[in-house]
Structure formats: C-alpha cells, structure tokens
Design a protein around this ligand. Structure first.
Ligand code: PEP
Length: 260
C-alpha cells in the first residue's frame, strides 16, 4: 500500500523553520527538483513541498517552477489585510504562487502565543485564499505522561476546525506532531503515531464520514530516512512533516522515496 492508502495522496513537506537565506533556498530547491525528477514529486502518488521563511518564498517558487514541487509558508494572519504591523495575509501568499501554509506549529504556539482561537480563524482564511493549510496539533510530554494525549488532540482539532463547513474539512492536512518528538531525535513509536493519527481521523469522521476518509493526516517529529519507511507505512499516516532532515536534500529525498 502507498503511504496514504488507496484514496489519499501522500504529502511529504519539509519545514525549514528559520533556516536558509534566499540564495540558499534557490539552491536547495534546485537540488531537490533534480533529485526528485520531473514532476517535482516524481510521481502522482506523493506530493512534496517545502515550507520556507517568507523571504525565501519567491525564490522557492521560481526555482520549483514547472516541477510540481509545492511551496508553503510557515504562518499567516487571519485577516485578509489590515493594520497588523509585521504580519502577512493569505491573499499576499496566494498572489505570489504559494500552495499552502503551516498553521499552529508548536514553535508558534510555544514561543509566539499562537492560540486555538486564532487558528479557528486562520484555517478558513487560508482556504478562502486558495491555500492548503497544514494544521499542526500535538501533545507535550507532560500531557502524554498524564494520559491527556487524546483530550489535548480533541481540544485542538475541534477548536481549530470549528470555522469550517463539513464540506471543507478534507481540504485541510493535519500534522500530528508530538511536541516531545520535535527536534529532539525522539520519534514516536509506530504504535503511538498510528494511534494518534487514527484518533485525529476519527474526530473528523465524527463530523463527516467522507471527510474523515479523505483527510490527510501526516506525522511529524524527528522523521529521518531510517525511521520513515516504518512510519509512512502506517494505515492512518498519509505522509510526513519533516524539520531538521528537510534541510539536507539527500536526506529529504530519501524520506520522499520512502513515501512512494
Ligand atoms: C517540525 O519542525 O515540524 C519537525 C517535525 O521537526 P523535526 O523533524 O526536526 O523534529
């Protein structure tokens, strides 16, 4: 079976965080495109994307042109425009050819006060601008140890998606990213990843069965070429959000290969 099962196209996205200048971004995307082959992702069974700093977006789009490689931003404001100094709006991203946006990454929740309330507005705003949101959810180590993983995920998924009609739910990609696994080298076991991703799908299915079946749920947290095959083969894991390993073209291409 492909990573995403019969009906779902796997997504492997690289979250570059605050790494790479514009010139470095152009070079890394060009290298990726050459490794992944024509079609960007190399085949239609796997969609591949890079989530870059704002200043790299134009260069990434230019370097990826015609390849099929998707380009995502890492955040946006929920309003389409306004007096919000330092912010970037969804229509600004759409106009320069961006495919989607990461929303609610744990680093934004932890260091920049991103709230589920704001996310409940950002997710529909992204879709309204034609952007695919990659919504990140996940529990802390303390929450997992206290047996609160499902309660945490239920709260995040329910609130972050509350602004969407049922018919829009499957347009979102949800990234399950246990916070204790991000950038730590500690990866969720296949059982933990499957259980949490299956639970997220069930939450969406409770609103709409077809949406739950079509929704892409991806795993993130210390994904590397050596652990990717096992994680990407899980029935409810439809791809990966890759941080550190996405900064190395060969490592990222190896993870994409594992998703095929
Ligand atoms: C991330 O930044 O979303 C992430 C999963 O990072 P890493 O792969 O480095 O754990």
């Amino acid at each position: 079976m492909t990573a995403a099962g019969a009906a779902r196209t796997a997504l492997v996205a690289g979250n570059w965080k605050m790494y790479k200048t514009e010139a470095q971004a152009a070079e890394l995307v060009a290298r990726l495109v050459s490794l992944l082959g024509t079609g960007g992702s190399g085949d239609s069974a796997v969609e591949v994307g890079v989530c870059t700093p704002f200043t790299d977006l134009r260069a990434a789009v230019a370097s990826a042109a015609g390849s099929g490689l998707r380009v995502f931003a890492q955040n946006m404001h929920q309003e389409p425009e306004g007096a919000f100094t330092g912010e970037i709006a969804a229509p600004m991203l759409a106009e320069i050819g961006i495919d989607g946006v990461v929303l609610g990454h744990s680093e934004r929740r932890q260091y920049f006060g991103e709230t589920d309330r704001a996310l409940s507005a950002k997710v529909p705003a992204a879709l309204a601008a034609g952007l695919t949101p990659i919504l990140c959810v996940g529990e802390t180590e303390e929450q997992r140890n206290a047996g609160d993983t499902e309660r945490t995920l239920r709260h995040q998924v329910t609130q972050d998606l509350e602004g969407l009609a049922d018919s829009q739910l499957a347009e979102v990609v949800i990234a399950y990213e246990p916070i204790w696994a991000i950038g730590t080298g500690k990866v969720a076991t296949p059982e933990q990843a499957q259980e949490a991703c299956g639970f997220i799908r069930a939450l969406v299915s409770a609103r709409s069965d077809p949406a739950g079946a079509a929704l892409r749920v991806i795993y993130g947290g210390s994904v590397k070429p050596d652990n990717a095959p096992e994680l990407l083969a899980l029935p409810d894991v439809d791809g990966a959000l890759v941080g550190g390993a996405s900064l190395d073209a060969d490592a990222f291409a190896a993870i994409v290969a594992a998703a095929r």
